[in-house]
Design a protein around this ligand. Structure first.
Ligand code: ZN
Ligand code: ZN
Length: 218
């Protein structure tokens, strides 16, 4: 799969960002995940028999744990078998009587690499668009960024934008923290009749997403 196929222009990235503001979680996390899902789909349904792609994959140390199991979740038995057999055959060759020859200079997981490219592209578009009032107003309606992506954005955004980003994020993190306190209190024996709402039931997972990115995002 030539990387060019997954290249994103600034225009599409801008609209993807705005669209992801209504996802209820960190827009960069969601876009990063969608990006690798698209990559996996193309890989499993189109690129698996492409010699160029297979030789590119052979120069890597295979897929990491998170991405291997994400690939598995697509349930494409034949393509997944082909891709992982390639890796297995290389491992077999690396085993001799008494030792394993570890191949050096292997590239990292292709999906980690692609997610990183998507992440930095989206964050850069975000940093350059955030001074536009219409973009900001839409971002303000979102759940905000996770901690990791906030740190990333603050590293590259113009100094003039930092204060309002931090104010907004602080507000979102404080709302979550207050809701977590109310939720935790409901487990106190004195509040045993308290009703836990559907939104409250997912609060502890929201806290994980905000601190460690959403599930499945490296
Ligand atoms: Zn994030
Ligand atoms: Zn990976």
């Amino acid at each position: 799969m030539p990387r060019e196929e997954l290249r994103l222009d600034k225009h599409s990235a801008y609209f993807n960002l705005v669209e992801s503001f209504s996802s209820g979680c960190c827009p960069i996390c969601i876009l990063k995940k969608n990006w690798s899902d698209k990559f996996i789909q193309t890989m499993l349904y189109e690129s698996v028999n492409d010699k160029f792609f297979r030789s590119r994959l052979a120069k890597t140390a295979g897929f990491c744990n998170i991405h291997s199991w994400r690939i598995a979740s697509f349930n494409n038995a034949m393509s997944t078998a082909i891709l992982f057999k390639d890796r297995l055959d290389k491992i077999i060759v690396s085993l001799s009587d008494t030792k394993i020859t570890i191949q050096k200079n292997l590239k990292p997981c292709l999906l980690c690499d692609n997610e990183e490219t998507a992440e930095s592209h989206y964050i850069n578009v975000m940093a350059s668009s955030i001074s536009e009032e219409s973009f900001w107003e839409k971002f303000e309606q979102s759940a905000g960024l996770c901690y990791n992506h906030l740190v990333f954005l603050l590293k590259i955004v113009a100094k003039s934008q930092k204060k309002r980003i931090i104010d907004f994020q602080k507000k979102r993190f404080s709302e979550l923290s207050e809701n977590l306190s109310l939720f935790i209190d409901k487990f106190d024996y004195r509040n045993r009749n308290a009703v836990i709402t559907e939104d409250e039931k997912k609060l502890w997972k929201d806290a994980i997403s905000v601190i460690s990115k959403i599930n499945g995002v490296v």
